[in-house]
Design a protein around this ligand. Structure first.
Ligand code: GTR
Length: 406
C-alpha cells in the first residue's frame, strides 16, 4: 500500500514537465549584447544582431561549423516504384570537398510519384540508411553499438519509441512530403575516439569543433544538394531532428535563413532548453558525458559558468520569423520541457519584430500548431513515436499550406 502511494507520488512528479525557478531573469534577446545596442527594428536585428549571435554560438558553444557546400552530387535510382508504387527512392552521394572530408555523405531521397514541386523534410537517422530506410541502400562503415544487432535495434525501439529508428515514410509520402534522410556516422561518428580521428576535424583542428557543429553542417550540405532539385519546392524545406540531432538541426537553421522550418524533438540542453534554467541535464553534465559533441573550450566555460549572457532562447530567436515546432515528452525531465517553453516564450519577442506573435499558446499543454512557434508535451518518455510525426506533419501542413501543388 505504502509502496503504491510512493510510486503514485513519484510518477506524478516525473509526469509533470515541471516549471522553471520562480523569479529567474531571462535576458531579452533584443537587449544590448556584446556592445551592440538594444534592437527595436527587424532590419537592425537582421543586419547587426543575427551575425553577432551566430558568431557567438560558434565561438562560445558549438565550435567551427565546416563549409557545407557540396562539390558534387551523384544520383542513383534505387526503386522508381517504392512504397507500393507511391514513391521514388534515390541515393544521392554528396561529395563534401577535400578540405572537409573524402568520405561522401549518403542521402536517401524518397519523393512522391509525380513532378512536384514537393515540400521536403531533411532528417538524420541513428543506425544507417540500410537498416532504417531500405536494405538496398549502402551499409555504413561504422554504426553505434546498439544498432549492430537485431536485438539492439529492437530494444532501442522498445525504450525509445516505435519511430526512433524508422520514420513513418509511407505516411509522409501520402501526405505529399518528400523526405531526405542522411546518416552522419561515416563522416562524423558519434563516438569520442573515432570522432576526433575523423578527417572532417583535421581542417578546423579537432579541439576547435564538435560533432554537433559537424552534424549541423551535414544538414546544410543535404539542403544545398536538394534545394536545386526541380521536384523540391526550395522555400518549403524543413529540418527535423531528435535529441542530439535536434540540437544540430536548430543550429543549422539558425546559421542559414534559407531553411524554411525546424522541428526539434526533445532537443534539450544546448538545443531548445535554457541552460540557465534547466532542472534536467546541466551544461557541465552534457560536456562531461559527450566531450566530442563540443569544442574543448566549452568545458572550461561551463565549469566557470561564463557563457557571457548567451543562452538558448537566442538560438531560437535566430530562427525568427520561421516556423518552429518543439516536441516534448512528459516523462523526459532530462531535456526539461519547462525550460524549453521559457526559451520559446523569450524568443517570441524577436518574432514580434516581424509581425509574428511567435509562441501564442497559454501553457505547455495547450499547443497551437498554427503559431510560428508551437510546443507540445505528449505522454511518455524520451524518444520518437508515430504520434510525434503526425503532430510534425500537422504543423508543417499549416505552415506550408500555400505551397505549390497543395
Ligand atoms: C542524452 C543526452 C541528451 C540528448 C540525448 C539523445 O543522453 O544527455 O542531451 O542528446 O542523449 O541524443 O538521445
Amino acid at each position: 500500500m505504502l509502496w503504491a502511494l510512493s510510486w503514485g507520488v513519484q510518477f506524478t512528479a516525473r509526469a509533470s514537465p515541471g516549471s522553471i525557478r520562480p523569479g529567474l531573469q531571462i535576458t531579452s534577446p533584443l537587449s544590448a549584447f556584446d556592445g551592440d545596442p538594444p534592437i527595436s527594428q527587424s532590419s537592425d536585428w537582421l543586419e547587426r544582431r543575427v551575425p553577432l549571435l551566430q558568431r557567438a554560438f560558434v565561438t562560445r558553444v558549438y565550435g567551427v561549423v565546416p563549409q557545407a557546400a557540396p562539390r558534387d552530387v551523384q544520383r542513383r535510382t534505387i526503386d522508381s516504384a517504392a512504397l507500393g508504387g507511391t514513391a521514388r527512392l534515390e541515393l544521392l552521394t554528396v561529395s563534401l570537398g577535400q578540405t572537409m572530408t573524402d568520405t561522401p555523405l549518403d542521402v536517401a531521397l524518397l519523393a512522391p510519384a509525380g513532378e512536384g514541386p514537393f515540400p521536403l523534410i531533411i532528417m538524420s537517422d541513428f543506425c544507417g540508411l540500410d537498416s532504417d530506410i531500405d536494405p538496398r541502400l549502402p551499409a555504413p562503415i561504422w554504426r553505434p553499438e546498439r544498432c549492430r544487432t537485431q536485438l539492439g535495434r529492437a530494444l532501442t525501439r522498445l525504450s525509445h519509441g516505435d519511430a526512433i529508428l524508422r520514420p513513418p515514410l509511407r505516411a509522409m509520402i501520402e501526405r505529399g512530403y518528400a523526405v531526405a534522410v542522411f546518416y552522419a556516422g561515416d563522416v562524423a561518428p558519434d563516438d569520442p575516439v573515432l570522432f576526433r580521428e575523423a578527417q572532417i576535424n583535421r581542417g578546423a583542428g579537432s579541439a576547435k569543433s564538435g560533432a554537433i557543429a559537424d552534424w549541423a553542417s551535414l544538414y546544410l550540405s543535404a539542403f544545398d544538394a536538394l534545394r536545386i532539385d526541380p521536384r523540391i519546392s526550395p522555400a518549403h524545406i524543413a529540418f527535423w531532428g531528435h535529441s542530439r540531432y535536434g540540437k544540430a538541426a536548430l543550429l543549422a537553421a539558425a546559421l542559414d535563413n534559407r531553411v524554411g522550418a525546424v522541428i526539434a524533438n526533445q532537443s534539450g540542453t544546448f538545443g531548445a532548453t535554457l541552460s540557465s534554467a534547466t532542472r534536467g541535464e546541466t551544461t557541465a553534465q552534457i560536456v562531461r558525458r559527450f566531450p566530442h559533441w563540443f569544442p574543448d573550450s566549452l568545458a572550461s566555460s561551463v565549469t566557470q559558468r561564463s557563457m557571457d549572457g548567451l543562452d538558448q532562447h537566442m538560438l531560437l530567436a535566430l530562427l525568427a520569423p520561421r516556423p518552429v515546432l518543439l516536441g516534448n515528452a512528459g516523462l523526459d525531465r532530462w531535456s526539461d520541457p519547462a525550460a524549453s517553453f521559457a526559451a520559446a516564450r523569450a524568443a517570441s519577442e524577436v518574432y514580434g519584430l516581424f509581425g509574428s506573435a511567435g509562441l501564442v499558446q497559454p501553457s505547455m499543454r495547450q499547443p497551437d500548431l498554427s503559431a510560428d512557434i508551437a510546443f507540445y508535451v505528449r505522454p511518455g518518455g524520451h524518444g520518437v513515436r508515430s504520434s510525434d510525426w503526425s503532430t510534425a506533419l500537422d504543423f508543417l501542413d499549416q505552415h506550408f499550406e500555400e505551397r505549390p501543388g497543395a
